[in-house]
Design a protein around this ligand. Sequence first.
Ligand code: ATP
Ligand code: MG
Length: 398
Amino acid sequence: MDNISVSTTDVRIERHASQLSRQLKLLREKLFPPLSQKTLRTFTSGEAAQMIGVSDGYLRQLSLDGKGPQPDIAINGRRSYTLAQINELRNHMARIKPKDALSYLPQRRPGEKLQTLAVTNFKGGSAKTTTTLYLAQYLALNGYRVLAIDLDPQASLSSMLGVQPEFDLADGDTLYGAIRYDSSRRSLKDIVRKTYFDGLDLVPGNLELMEFEHETPRALGDRQRSGELFFRRVGVAISEVEADYDIVVIDCPPQLGYLTLGAVCAATSLLITVHPQMVDVASMSQFLLMTSDLLSVVRKAGGDLQHDFIKYVVTRHEPFDAPQSQIVALLRNLFGEDVLTATILKSTAIADAGLTKQSLYEIERGQVRRSTYDRALESVNAANGEVLAGIHKAWGRS
Ligand SMILES: Nc1ncnc2c1ncn2[C@@H]1O[C@H](COP(=O)(O)OP(=O)(O)OP(=O)(O)O)[C@@H](O)[C@H]1O
Ligand SMILES: [Mg+2]
């Protein structure tokens, strides 16, 4: 036997940590070489036409006339566009048909305030990150300027969006850099980064975000700093980049700490993800009670707690499972229209795509079984469409 029996727990765990980390690093280097940049697939002219809101024939004529960006033409004659080209075409259409500009370029207009959506629930694994990712990509594909903020030290959203927290980030490269209390604070403008997804920028996360949880109690105890209220800091940071975006989507960590409270206070709307199972719903009731307690303290301290909408999003839904159906019915009964009508289905297509760090929006339709892909994507689109309708309503659009 080796000396495991004599090593103390800290030494033993440290050894496990370094063995695991070495192994993971090797695995990751094999799967995702550090220098490999994630790229987004191109879209067929049919897909592009549908996204822009014109006919495929019209797009074809545009390219024949040499107007707008030129698609890539494969040997078989298939034309395809990048997302950046699709956005160029949206601009082109808005220029030549100014009367319909809003339908081609749906970005917010003067008087329509930045929408910040916090995706939250302290229940681990309730599909917060998946919901955030799909919503952010959906909005970007629809022509909005989107900022995704990864507030989870585990950084799953960042890695889905092509940033490897261990390789790609230096100190202060997460939201922590813009909400920290000391003099190293910097503007969020210097932290946001572009992703491979045109129109979707990212504030990545990593373990340094935990510092905020540790420093806030200290700052709260320090009377001289009482003006630097912790619950305003996320909002103040976001206001530094406000002009560049229409919608901010925040992926919250699975606990109700200062980061989550900061995000909830910065948010104009909340999305609470729910996996419809008895244990999850029971812990959600605790989550709601604790949240309401904490928020009332924040409100009394002067926090702004007006939200345009609060929606429960049922995720990983198995509609043919009787106990799940009962829970969904219960939620609808209790919360009425605060529960999205569409639910996000549990789907092997979503889970499998996640394994290669892609979403269904990124893989091509032929890559997984069609019926599975279509059903899953339909459910995600329907849920995202309802959220977008809520945003439009907040903007005062009909
Ligand atoms: N609709 C779905 N169908 C199938 N699998 C899903 C679906 N949504 C999420 N998953 C899978 O469930 C797991 C948990 O999802 P996710 O990471 O989004 O949850 P989370 O709430 O962000 O978790 P955490 O609390 O750890 O941050 C992931 O492996 C994800 O791929
Ligand atoms: Mg997560």
